[in-house]
Design a protein around this ligand. Structure first.
Ligand code: F6P
Length: 353
């Protein structure tokens, strides 16, 4: 068979592990030929294609990013885009396409499958971990490890200066990175897009924490709303209609400083949390997804996405993964409130006899 692969959307650690696994599995197990479309969906629209050999994936196991590049191109926003994708697959005699991406990339794959019966298998990717129908996307584990490392560092400097420090992390619509990174790095308050917050309550919690420890650390997801409004970097939207978020950390730090009188600073972790070498967990998850994707191609299970269910890799209908996002597990988030200063406080003040 002639199998092609593309990587779409924001890059993330583990993409090269998927590519490496697809190339190994396709060539060594099935004797296939493998090709990479460059720059996500832009590749098949513009016929940007190159062969991928075992030599091309040599030493890729610990490399972040994607050797076949990525972009946020949406074929459904390009004139005749979907038909161009189909024509390019035919012109290159591609029997199957493996599309690696999040909600946007898989959403396009889902439409191409239903509009053209396109032979596509999806692999779930995003540091945000907000894709439905899988327990985890690869890239997420690496990003929360980076958040954890950043928090470890912020703790020591905050403590030295008796400061309040705010860390802004990614997560447009889901607070997975903020919550899991915040738990790992002992945040004293976590703010997420799914939960509106009351700045006065946050300030009270920070005051209580400052009294206990002398300093405080907050983690805020970029999509958390200040006074119910998203904080935008600019008004520009990408091809999937996403605005550029950014600035909630700074806004929050200023408000806390005003409300508490404590010196408060903010740090935006930005693309650092998407770069560099994948963790061992993401290397293994990406590899397992890639191996299974090629098996699905040979079973002709088109229209399916590989998925982690518990500890097993299985497959689901692509349409079950797209349409709505997987937001935070409320129970998990609520559990973290015990760390939020005075929010859960059963300690009764001692009454003098
Ligand atoms: O891919 C998801 C994501 O990392 C989001 O968390 C973030 O909002 C966005 O990408 C940033 O996109 P870009 O790299 O295009 O600025």
């Amino acid at each position: 068979m002639r199998i092609a692969i593309l990587t779409g959307g924001g890059d993330c650690p583990g993409l090269n592990n998927v590519i490496r696994a697809v190339v190994f599995q396709a060539i060594k197990k099935y004797g296939d030929e493998v090709f990479g479309f460059l720059y996500g969906w832009k590749g098949p629209i513009n016929n940007l294609i190159k062969p991928l050999t075992l030599n091309d994936v040599e030493g890729l196991f610990n490399q972040g990013g994607t050797i076949i590049k990525s972009s946020r191109t949406n074929p459904y926003k390009v004139e005749n885009g979907p038909q161009k994708v189909i024509d390019t697959l035919k012109a290159n005699k591609i029997d199957a396409l493996i599309a690696v991406g999040g909600e946007d990339t898989c959403g396009v794959a889902n439409k191409l499958c239903s509009d053209f019966k396109a032979p596509i298998i999806c692999v779930p990717k995003t540091i945000d971990n907000d894709l439905n129908a899988t327990d985890q996307t690869f890239g997420f584990d690496t990003s929360i490890s980076i958040v954890c490392d950043a928090l470890d560092r912020l703790h020591t400097t905050a403590k030295s200066h008796d400061r309040v420090l705010v860390l802004e992390v990614m997560g447009r619509h889901a607070g997975w990175i903020a919550t899991m990174g915040g738990i790992a790095g002992a945040a004293d308050y976590i703010l997420i897009p799914e939960e509106d917050f009351d700045i006065d309550k946050v300030a009270e919690a920070i005051k209580a924490r400052k009294k206990e420890a002398g300093y405080a650390i907050l983690v805020v997801a970029e999509g958390a709303k200040f006074a119910k409004e998203e904080i935008l970097k600019d008004q520009e939207k990408d091809a999937f209609g996403h605005v550029k978020l950014g600035g909630i950390g700074e806004r929050l730090a200023k408000a806390i400083e005003v409300k508490t009188g404590f010196e408060t600073r903010s740090t935006n972790l930005g693309h650092i949390q998407r770069g560099g070498s994948p963790t061992a967990y993401d290397r293994v998850l990406g590899t397992r997804y890639g191996l299974t994707a090629v098996d699905l191609v040979h079973e002709k299970k088109f229209g399916r996405m590989v998925s982690l269910q518990g500890t097993k890799i299985t497959d689901v209908d692509i349409k079950d993964a797209v349409g709505t996002l997987r937001t935070i597990d409320k129970e998990l988030y609520e559990q973290t409130r015990v760390f939020f200063g005075n929010e859960i406080n059963k300690i009764k003040p001692k009454i003098k006899a």
